[in-house]
Each structure stands twice: as C-alpha cells, then as structure tokens.
Design a protein around this ligand. Sequence first.
Ligand SMILES: Nc1ncnc2c1ncn2[C@@H]1O[C@H](COP(=O)(O)OP(=O)(O)OP(=O)(O)O)[C@@H](O)[C@H]1O
Ligand SMILES: [Mg+2]
Length: 205
Amino acid sequence: MIIAIVNSKGGVAKTTSAIHIAYQLSNVGSTGLIDADPNRSSRAWAGRSDSTFPFKVLTEIEMIGFQGQFQHIVTDTKARPEPEDLNALLNAANLIVLPSSPSGDDLRVTAETARVLQKLGSTKHRVLLTKVPTNYKSSDEADARSWLKAQDIPLFNGRIRFYKAYDKAFLEGIPVFQVRGDAKAKVAWSDYQAVFKEIVSCVAA
Ligand SMILES: Nc1ncnc2c1ncn2[C@@H]1O[C@H](COP(=O)(O)OP(=O)(O)OP(=O)(O)O)[C@@H](O)[C@H]1O
Ligand SMILES: [Mg+2]
C-alpha cells in the first residue's frame, strides 16, 4: 500500500496523520515513512535513535537505499506541493489523504488542493477532517462536511478530534496512545484506528 498524505495548507495534521497511519500499517507489513518535508517533522517525531516506532522514517534520497524493502509506504509532504509533485503522488499512491481542520481557511485551501487533484484525473483522494472540536455543541464538523459534499469532494466518515495529547506525543517522540497522564490519549488513538479501517477498505475496493 502506498498512502500519500498531502495538503497545500500547513498545520492541518499531515505529519500527525502520517505517523499514526504508518504505525498501523506496520502492524500488517514492513513500512517506510518518507519524510518529504524539508522541516523533517516526521523524522523529529519518529526517527530518533531511541525511537520505539515500528517503521523507518527516511528522506526521499535515503529511500533509494531501501528500494523494494517495504511492503507499505506512507509519504508526509510539505505544505504547498508543486503540481508536478501532486501528479507524481497520484501516479504512485493507492490513496491520497487530505487532512484538514474544519476551519474556513483550511477548508478553502483543502478544496483547492482537491480540485487540482480532480483536474489531474484523481479518483484516489479523500479529505480527513482533523482537529475537530470536541464540544458537542459545535457544528464545525457538520458544516465542513456539507460544504465539501456540496462540491463533490470525497471525505472519510471518520474524523480526528482535537486533543492536546498529540502535542505531548510529538514532544516526547511517541505515538499518541503512549502518552501518560492524559485521559484522552486512548480516545485520540481510537480516532486514527477507525480511520485506518476505512483506509484499508477503500484501498481494497
Ligand atoms: N487532532 C489534533 N488535535 C490537536 N492538535 C493536533 C491534532 N493534530 C495535530 N495537532 C497539532 O497541530 C500542529 C500541527 O500538526 P502537524 O505538524 O501534524 O501538521 P502539518 O500539516 O504536518 O504541519 P506542516 O504544514 O507544518 O508540516 C502540531 O502542534 C500538532 O501536535
Ligand atoms: Mg508536517
């Protein structure tokens, strides 16, 4: 499986999604996470020497030395990828995940990215709503879903809620479910588990 995590917008949880999807993919086969963002956030999170992550984090160039050694690949890309990068990912990937918070400007840029992919002929992309408010009174998620659906932009049914545990996980260099002393760490992980099930079923379809 090759899963590309892409969005022109920064700060929408591309890296967080790449890490937690790669973790689950590595339970079903050897997995490499390509950190194609010059900021190297994936490497900072999961590529430390004392890391307990079950997958390797490699730059595009380092990947050359690992040709064919992984059953599954996840790519974490920088914000504002070039159209040619999108095209290359479209040719290579089984699925393109577009993480986006439900906030206005994130959605606007996400929709633009989806339109570029659509113009390139993609039927492989889906928006993943991230950083979704946990306040049950918030209508942000429902509003975002209807706004995207009105434009025929495909979406995952699952969503990733907003929890501080992700920041802690990044700082400690661990997956979110290993964060101690945070009552929401396991709930946060369950969001990525639900989305992973959808990923597997849509790649199999
Ligand atoms: N579900 C979430 N709830 C709360 N905070 C989150 C969530 N997902 C990510 N974050 C936080 O939001 C910030 C941005 O996340 P992340 O680095 O994954 O985004 P990105 O799209 O990769 O950003 P960049 O464009 O800079 O590469 C980080 O501080 C991260 O811990
Ligand atoms: Mg990132």
